[in-house]
Design a protein. Structure first.
Length: 139
């Protein structure tokens, strides 16, 4: 089950049902089961505090993923900075909703086991993001 929360932002996410169905589709397409996934929309300052407190990283980011997966069951927390998503959408010349969906699926792909530390990993991750984004409208 996917749950949605906000911390330190007035952002209202309106596509919970569609996004939950889409994330279930992504999980099942990767031979996983969707467990308890919390999507926490927050501010830049909130995510910076999380980054410092739990990861000892003193910088802003668009997403932090905490993995609580067991076996094939995907569970975790996805902290998403709405401020950073807006900034990235402007920087990359894309719609806010498209960038937000990319960040959401990026987090789920981390729970599935994909990484983005090397150039090869980044290429695989980006291809997966693009594929699943193209499928979202068909759900």
């Amino acid at each position: 089950m996917v749950s949605y929360y906000t911390e330190d932002t007035s952002f209202a996410f309106k596509e919970k049902r569609l996004t939950s169905r889409w994330l279930k589709f992504v999980a099942e397409s990767e031979a996983k089961r969707l467990g308890d996934v919390a999507v926490i929309f927050c501010s830049d300052n909130y995510i910076l505090d999380v980054n410092i407190k739990y990861l000892q990283h003193d910088y802003y980011t668009d997403i932090i993923t905490f993995d609580y997966c067991e076996g094939n069951r995907l569970s975790g927390d996805l902290f998403i900075s709405i401020d950073s998503v807006r900034e990235n959408a402007s920087f990359y010349g894309t719609e806010f909703a498209d960038e937000l969906n990319r960040v959401i699926v990026h987090g789920l792909l981390h729970l599935i086991g994909y990484d983005d530390h090397s150039e090869a990993d980044i290429a695989v991750m980006r291809a997966k993001e693009n594929y699943y984004l193209s499928q979202r409208g068909l759900i």
